[in-house]
Write a protein that binds this ligand. Structure first.
Ligand code: SAM
Length: 243
């Protein structure tokens, strides 16, 4: 996959692409990337990229000129172009899986009050928000999206690590423990050191359900519950009522 990230501050993102799993994915040829400085495309004397809003209002907006030149240098229109914005569709794991199928992906980071609407109309295929809060610019949001996507590209990390992660199968992940078995008087759940695989699996599934019911019951409402699952959910709710 080729990732092009367009920003006024590409330096914010460089460390991410040069570190750890991403660096290895790049080295192995699974991912390539281009960090594009939008200001390099400003063809005016002071490299100005923003201006006041037509109709008035606070703040500045990124002007269309440099944005369109930077986008076209990255192949747009053509590849999917994701503009990260709090006003977009909420990003989630299913969205990440969908974007991970692309051969070429362009991510556009806003700054100030955002970007001129005509750029969205002409080039942007996806307006995506990473959550209901406002960041000062798009780099952190673009990195969150890139990070969620590239690890789904076959070969980047092992499939097994992905299978039981949060959101796979519509559930959050179960609690996890490592050595030592007793830490500061706190012991790992007995079942996990029993060596009984079926019991471990049943325990983990129940914990996934418990956690999902506690923090994200909305995930369960979109899931078809068979009788066995319905019974387990009821058991957990009854148990919680008694506590
Ligand atoms: N005026 C905009 C609004 O109210 O929707 C907010 C602009 S914000 C200060 C500047 C830039 O940060 C945006 O153009 C966008 O690229 C990025 N940004 C801020 N919050 C974001 C979020 N929740 N998800 C994705 N991008 C975000």
């Amino acid at each position: 996959m080729k990732l092009s990230v367009l920003s006024l501050f590409p330096g914010i993102m460089r460390g991410f692409f040069e570190s750890s799993i991403m660096a290895r994915a790049v080295q192995r040829g699974l991912v390539s990337y281009d960090l594009v400085d939008i200001r390099d495309f400003a063809n005016n004397k002071h490299n100005k990229v923003d201006d006041e809003l037509f109709g008035g209002g606070p703040g500045m907006l990124m002007m269309p000129g440099a944005l369109s030149l930077a986008l076209e240098a990255s192949g747009a229109p053509g590849p999917r172009v994701v503009y990260v914005t709090p006003g977009g569709r909420l990003f989630n794991q299913a969205y990440a899986r969908d974007l991970a199928k692309e051969e070429n992906l362009v991510l556009l980071c806003g700054r100030y009050e955002g970007i001129d609407q005509r750029i969205i109309d002409k080039y942007v295929t996806d307006e995506v928000s990473i959550g209901d809060y406002v960041l000062s610019s798009g780099e952190v949001a673009a990195l969150a999206i890139v990070d969620a996507i590239y690890r789904l590209i076959p070969g980047v990390i092992t499939g097994e690590s992905l299978d039981e992660e949060s959101f796979e199968g519509g559930l959050l992940e179960y609690p996890q423990y490592t050595r030592p078995a007793v830490y500061d008087t706190l012991r790992v759940p007995e079942v996990l050191v029993s060596g009984h695989h079926a019991n471990i699996e049943a325990w983990r599934y129940r914990k996934r359900l418990e956690k999902t019911l506690l923090y994200r019951p909305d995930l369960l409402s979109g899931k078809g519950l068979d009788d066995q699952l319905r019974q387990l959910v009821q058991e957990i709710l009854d148990q919680r009522g008694e506590e």
